[in-house]
Design a protein around this ligand. Structure first.
Ligand SMILES: *[C@@H]1O[C@H](CO)[C@@H](O)[C@H](O)[C@H]1NC(C)=O
Ligand SMILES: *[C@@H]1O[C@H](CO)[C@@H](O)[C@H](O)[C@H]1NC(C)=O
Ligand SMILES: *[C@@H]1O[C@H](CO)[C@@H](O)[C@H](O)[C@H]1NC(C)=O
Ligand SMILES: *[C@@H]1O[C@H](CO)[C@@H](O)[C@H](O)[C@H]1NC(C)=O
Ligand SMILES: *[C@@H]1O[C@H](CO)[C@@H](O)[C@H](O)[C@H]1NC(C)=O
Ligand SMILES: *[C@@H]1O[C@H](CO)[C@@H](O)[C@H](O)[C@H]1NC(C)=O
Length: 428
């Protein structure tokens, strides 16, 4: 019985011991509390990190800051740790603020703010050290590209933490690149990005920019200007005549070219025919004296460089030599407006509109003259018939005179009256 009792007592003791141990264990574990607040910190290598432990409702408990190895950095405003890079910034009832200067990668980790209550309260500040990438390096596969060809550019951002991201711009337009991330032996990241683009002549001189985005850097970029070769652009300009290309006049055409490289050769040809034998070609100029209708046709300026060949056409249409009739001034104005219009292919037939205006003016003048002549004619006719009517009456009288008797006189008179149709006509 006593044995049983002692056994029960022993087990009770054991139980209570275990319970006490468990309780004590619980008391040793710190709790994360709402009363203690801190922040995570991102800091660039070599710069200063500030760790701030804040207490909302202070009950005079002791506050301390521990490093990731749980060594005490600051106990209240006292620093047991030898590392002088840690300096007290502020110590008050509500805050312990410590600065860590010249941060290095080895300083990374979880720092602990601890409040000596029962159980202790803790809050964690993770320090992340950022390492900026080296200057971006941009390279292009070709130094000079021909229009329509594809080129490739590469940009590299070496040794950063975390990995950088690379974007591309051509002028103010974004380009789509492809990236690859490599981790080096020291756990740094190297990012390489490629971009492919097909160039046009408008791209010549346009910068392609590689933009590196990383939390430790701002406005980090490298650029390279595109150099694009393109075949010549050709444009024929009429130096004179200003108006229509008429027989007997002189014609001068200039061929304007632009290319990269500059065209080595500029030639004038006539399509399906020979350039008139007396035409003078000086460099890019074509000069033809004393135009003749037989010169009608398409004159072509051809320019070429290492990239290719292009041309522009001028259609010559020789009009008749000007007539002696002076051209009304209004028509002249129209003519200048028409011919001064710039055009890639200048067709001398563009003056046809002006020609029509001239015709209209001439027709107007002719109509006026005809109307005037008709009026004069009407007046003259009117006067003539007025006199003719008088003669008619005399004829009637003659009929009566010639008659042997009254009847014949009447018949004669009737015959005379047969002319009444004629008479009516006079009054129309
Ligand atoms: C700090 O960073 C850790 C991860 O490193 C995260 O779990 C935690 O929520 C962060 N704390 C704050 C206050 O942002
Ligand atoms: C320290 O913190 C207290 C309260 O947060 C503030 O009033 C005081 O100005 C701070 N002192 C310094 C030196 O920052
Ligand atoms: C910063 O720390 C590095 C080593 O981590 C040391 O070589 C350097 O001299 C320090 N710079 C300053 C200004 O203390
Ligand atoms: C560029 O394009 C031309 C044809 O337009 C071609 O002959 C040349 O080989 C191309 N160059 C390159 C480098 O691809
Ligand atoms: C135009 O050329 C032809 C021969 O090609 C010639 O007979 C004619 O007289 C020329 N006309 C003028 C106006 O020079
Ligand atoms: C040239 O054009 C004129 C029109 O101005 C036309 O009369 C003439 O017949 C044309 N000559 C040739 C050879 O085509």
């Amino acid at each position: 019985m006593a044995n049983a009792a002692s056994g029960a007592l022993a087990s009770l003791l054991l139980l209570s011991t275990i319970a006490a141990a468990v309780l004590q264990g619980a008391a040793q574990y710190p709790v994360q509390s709402q009363n203690l607040v801190t922040d995570n910190i991102s800091v660039v290598e070599g710069e200063t990190a500030t760790i701030s432990c804040r207490v909302k409702n202070n009950d005079d408990s002791v506050i301390q800051l521990l490093n990731p190895n749980r060594q005490t950095i600051y106990f209240r405003d006292v620093r047991p740790l030898k590392d002088s890079r840690f300096q007290l910034v502020n110590f008050s009832d509500n805050e312990l603020r410590v600065a860590l200067s010249n941060v290095s990668l080895s300083d990374e980790g979880r720092y602990v703010c601890q409040l000596y209550t029962d159980p202790p309260q803790e809050a964690y500040a993770d320090i992340t050290v950022l390492i900026p990438p080296g200057n971006p390096i941009i390279e292009s596969r070709e130094e000079i590209v021909s229009e329509g060809n594809e080129t490739e550019m590469t940009c590299t951002a070496i040794g950063s933490k975390p990995a950088a991201t690379i974007r591309w711009m051509k002028g103010d337009r974004e380009l789509q690149g492809k990236s690859k991330v490599d981790i080096t032996y020291d756990r740094m990241y190297t990012v390489t990005s490629w971009v492919r683009l097909t160039v046009t002549k408008e791209d010549d001189g346009i910068p392609v920019v590689c933009i590196v985005d990383h939390p430790a850097v701002k406005d980090f970029q490298a650029q390279k200007y595109l150099e694009v070769q393109y075949k010549p652009e050709v444009k024929i300009v009429v130096e004179f005549p200003q108006g229509l290309t008429r027989e007997g006049e002189n014609l001068e055409l200039t061929c304007k070219t632009k290319g990269k490289p500059e065209p080595q050769q500029v030639n004038w040809v006539k399509v399906d025919d020979d350039v008139p034998s007396h035409a003078v070609i000086t460099g890019s100029d074509l000069y033809i004296e004393n135009l003749n209708k037989s010169y009608n046709g398409t004159y072509r300026c051809v320019a070429s460089n290492s990239v290719g060949e292009s041309y522009d056409d001028y259609i010559l249409y020789v009009y008749d030599a000007p007539t002696t009739t002076p051209i009304p001034t209004t028509a002249t104005t129209t003519m200048y407006t028409t011919t001064s219009l710039p055009g890639i292919t200048q067709d001398s037939r563009a003056g046809a509109g002006a020609q029509r205006a001239v015709d209209h003016a001439v027709i107007g003048g002719v109509v006026a003259v005809v109307v005037f002549a008709m009026l004069c004619l009407l007046i003259i006719l009117g006067r003539y018939f007025a006199r003719h009517k008088g003669t008619y009456f005399t004829h009637e009288a003659k009929g009566a005179d010639d008659a042997a008797d009254a009847d014949t006189a009447i018949i004669n008179a009737e015959g005379g009256h047969n002319n009444s149709d004629e008479k009516k006509e006079y009054y129309i």
